[in-house]
Design a binder for this molecule. Sequence first.
Ligand code: HEC
Ligand code: HEC
Length: 341
Amino acid sequence: MMKYVVTAILAGCLTLAATWDPKSISYDQKDQVQTILEQLGGEPLPHKVDLKMKGVSVEKGMELLTTGITKDRNNKKTKQQSNHFLCTSCHNMLKEDPDLANPEPQARLDYAVEKGLPFLQGTTLYGIINRTSFYNDQYIKKYAEIVEDARYDIRNAIRVCATVCAQGRELEDWEVESILAYFERTGLKMGDLNISNEERNKINIALESKNGTEEARNIIESKYLKASPANFVAPPEDRKKGPEGITSTDLSNGEAIYKFSCLHCHENKRFSLFELGDDKLSRSFLDKHFNRYTRYSTYQVVRWGTSPIPGKKAYMPNYPEDKMSVQQLEDLKAYLNQSSK
Ligand code: HEC
Ligand code: HEC
């Protein structure tokens, strides 16, 4: 009996010795994508955070993003960044697309419902340090002068949004750096990417042997986008008839958009003056105006946004097609119509 136990232990040790290699490197799901890319010989990011600047911290960055207020370097409360919005009025701070290589509004809506995230006009700020260009596609066409300096510069992208999107005060240098420090902390992780087992092995072999590093980097970089797409679309030409090519609508989808999008800002006037609730009165009001050419038409506000009210300066950003598809807007229309009867 004893002999068997000893043999078994010995055999166990031998197998362990065979598989345990102190030099073996393999990445962890929690590792930052950028760290792994650099270990594979990739370039560092162009926007390293300056943590030595006085008053900079990740926590202050998070406070600014989620509450609009933090403490300055003398431990005094800063002025509220904007009287109308928080950064989180229009942006998520968590991953919002199940497949980062192929962001798609319906997959994002399903994911938002599953995770309880709002469904918004701006892109998520999670993983933004892994992007290299900002205010893409139609934003650069429509707001060329405003976003020019922000196109490839994340600090300017933060500054522009603070004053132009959020209609608030300018950010101090240490505030921008703190926001950037928070962004750096919330860069994409390896576990966020849809990497197959075979690809994972290739990456680990490259990490260990330093052979095939370029291919490994290419695999990783094919799993997410370096720019968030933004294509604008007009309301249908004939608002009553609706857009061509839509043959059916999904009421529960429409309901999800109403709850996870519209109510995010309009319920209890959280980030707006115009109030909407989860009640028949609100829904029938929107239903009545949906197809009209009035300021209350959902077609109008979703596709063109609203302009800032002078002196009030809160406005509604439009939804690019990448943020709300033509089908989804019709689903919302059908839901408002059905649920207000
Ligand atoms: C009223 C809505 C709104 C508010 C408030 C807002 N943003 Fe934005 N932001 C947008 C929209 C719309 C864009 C356009 C690009 C996109 O996100 O798709 C954008 C773009 C950005 C971008 C570039 C994203 C990219 O990949 O193109 C950054 C960075 C950013 N905002 C940071 C902030 C920060 C920091 C705050 C708070 C100080 C803030 N935003 C507040 C709506 C808003
Ligand atoms: C990011 C926040 C935000 C989201 C999300 C949002 N809105 Fe708005 N909306 C505003 C703001 C701000 C205004 C400007 C007027 C105000 O402050 O109430 C506005 C204006 C409007 C108006 C015109 C009101 C008027 O007084 O002229 C309508 C109608 C409207 N929104 C409907 C919607 C619907 C429907 C949705 C969902 C598809 C939606 N909004 C999503 C912030 C938002």
